[in-house]
Design a protein around this ligand. Structure first.
Ligand code: SF4
Length: 255
């Protein structure tokens, strides 16, 4: 992946689709109702199989849709928000709103002990691959993995989709992770962006106001840009460096 050119056009969706496992790829063209059934089947299986199941909730629309699918099946699912400490203010407000409106009874915010952005910028140079690896590991991945261990989750559900990234495309619905040992569960792996938008519209779900401002994929303030090109890939605002080092980040525990 490191040597491969990252493209931020919609062709990237096709590249990702071609990397998917056949059993995942064949679900891509199902109508939304069928996709919902399959995703709920995966969620039910996780809830049946694993005694302690948590959900990563970032405030982004994918995790919001996943949360919406889970709540009728487990209304008291523990939800974990990793506050990187460089979050958009709108994200905090939105998560608080969802927590209240959707009655999230077991919601937790976790974060690193301190902010080390300036230190890492000085040491590695801003937005270099070293900076992104170390900074994301410290502010995002380590707090999330610590929460998974501290809460004793055997399974952790996240809203990633295969068409977002070549590394995510290779994922399975259930995949094992280490440090701490747990199963990552990906009920939306075969959903396209259009499915998410259709689900949101049909269910009249209010999304983060950041999308209306022009963001199409949400991350930290300093690493995320608006993406107004209708022909661009949804992750075009996340920058080429992160996309190139995704394999490394995922080995450390990233979603
Ligand atoms: S997205 Fe950028 S600022 Fe946020 S943790 Fe990762 S490297 Fe650091």
């Amino acid at each position: 992946m490191n040597n491969k050119k990252i493209i931020f056009t919609k062709e990237r969706n096709k590249d990702c689709e071609n990397l998917m496992r056949p059993e995942v790829r064949r679900l891509l063209d199902l109508p939304l109702d069928e996709k919902i059934k399959k995703s709920q089947e995966i969620i039910r299986e996780a809830l049946k199989e694993y005694p302690k199941v948590g959900l990563g909730f970032s405030g982004g629309t994918d995790s919001l849709v996943l949360l919406h699918l889970i709540l009728p099946l487990k209304s008291d699912i523990p939800t974990i928000f990793v506050n990187t400490q460089d979050e958009f203010p709108e994200n905090f407000e939105f998560i608080e709103k969802i927590k209240k409106d959707w009655n999230l009874v077991d919601h937790h915010e976790v974060k690193a002990e301190t902010k080390r952005f300036d230190e890492f910028k000085e040491k590695f140079g801003f937005k270099t691959s070293e900076f992104t690896t170390v900074c994301c590991n410290y502010h995002k991945i380590v707090p999330m993995m610590k929460a998974i261990g501290d809460f004793g989750f055997n399974a952790f559900l996240v809203g990633l989709r295969g068409v977002e990234h070549e590394e995510r495309a290779k994922e399975n619905f259930f995949s094992s992770r280490k440090n701490p040992d747990h199963i990552r569960v990906h009920p939306l792996l075969f959903w396209r962006k259009e499915d998410i938008l259709e689900y949101v519209k049909k269910n009249n779900i209010e999304c983060s106001p950041l999308y209306a401002q022009g963001y199409t994929s949400l991350g930290c303030v300093m690493c995320t840009e608006k993406n107004f090109d209708p022909d661009a890939h949804e992750r075009a605002g996340r920058g080429v460096v992160r996309e190139k080092i995704m394999q490394k980040l995922r080995e450390l525990g990233y979603t």
